[in-house]
Design a protein around this ligand. Structure first.
Ligand code: ZN
Length: 309
């Protein structure tokens, strides 16, 4: 059997304002905060994970918080728009109204609705013809049929997209699909597409994408690293992120890619019904808890407390 990447695993971005970020992604977009932890490469800042109700790869949007970070700007070699699936044109209408009610302007397109998060991160909702399982979270104001269903794909800027073609197709198994690519495994697929970059160079910062991770089975992960290395991709060693394992490398257009494993997953250290409620540190970071808890910005509650009736 040929190895296949199972579409997007997660997308990681930067925020300068974690409380507002939590309000927007859980309160407005209706995602579930499934893990509240720290950046393992800089444990003085949050790493927040939003996803569907079960914290599935394929729905997992994450943010590093750098409090007060300046706004960045997407440029050449950076992802500039993250697209989520929704069910129907009626869902797009629902979201246009809901975003407007929350003072978020949006722009309708062909089967899509585009808008920015409070820090200027480009987002999109797209109606896609797919049989992939919808990955939805529950929110009291969002009918289930209109909930976000996981990632459709991402769009990046590249001044020379042809330079990436052989690497994407031959090393990673991306397939040409219209003007972009589709990457599809046994369970899910995603698109990856390029746009012409703006003249100004990109600036990392709040409201920008840090990297996009593609999903691998546990068994195939080491072989993916070999394949990326053989294609000249200069991958990092395999890094144990506790909830999954990761390698990182830049594809030829400069976009930072990760390949992350589909397991062990977020319920390794928290029960499903309580995901994301408290600060969770991987065992190797637990000794830092007293310092970390003093530094981190307090976050709003993301779910109404259930009172027993
Ligand atoms: Zn990542």
């Amino acid at each position: 059997m040929a190895m296949r990447l199972d579409g997007i695993h997660h997308v990681t971005c930067i925020t300068g304002d974690a409380p507002r970020n939590v309000d927007f992604y859980t309160g407005v977009l209706g995602l579930r905060l499934v893990k509240k932890t720290v950046n393992q490469d800089d444990p003085t800042v949050y790493h927040l994970f939003y996803a569907d109700e079960e914290g599935n790869p394929g729905s997992d949007l994450t943010f590093f918080e750098y409090p007060g970070a300046r706004r960045g700007r997407a440029g050449d070699g950076m992802v500039h728009r993250i697209s989520f699936r929704v069910d129907s044109e009626e869902s797009l209408d629902f979201w246009a109204d809901r975003l407007a009610a929350n003072d978020v302007g949006s722009e309708p397109g062909e089967g899509a609705l585009r808008f920015d998060d409070p820090e200027g991160l480009g987002l999109e909702l797209a109606v896609e013809d797919t049989s992939d399982a919808p990955l939805t979270a529950r929110h009291p104001e969002i009918p289930q049929e209109h909930a976000l269903q996981g990632f459709a794909g991402v769009r990046a800027f590249s001044a020379d997209p042809d330079a990436s073609s052989a690497f994407l197709r031959e090393a990673l198994g991306f397939e040409r699909d219209g003007e972009g690519y589709e990457i599809r495994g046994d369970n899910r697929g995603s698109f990856y597409a390029y746009d012409t970059p703006p003249e100004d160079r990109g600036v990392p910062g709040a409201g920008t994408v840090h990297h996009v991770a593609w999903a691998s089975t546990m068994d195939d992960h080491a072989a993916w690293r070999e394949r990326v290395a053989a294609a000249g991709g200069q991958p990092t060693p395999i890094i144990d992120r506790f909830w999954f394992r990761s390698i990182y490398f830049r594809e030829p257009s400069g976009v930072l890619f990760e390949i992350a494993t589909l397991g062990p997953g977020f319920t390794t250290d928290e029960p499903l019904e309580h995901l994301g409620e408290t600060l969770v540190l991987p065992p190797a970071f637990e000794h830092l808890r007293p310092q970390v808890e003093r530094i981190l910005t307090p976050l709003p509650e993301t779910r109404p407390v259930r009172t027993p009736s």
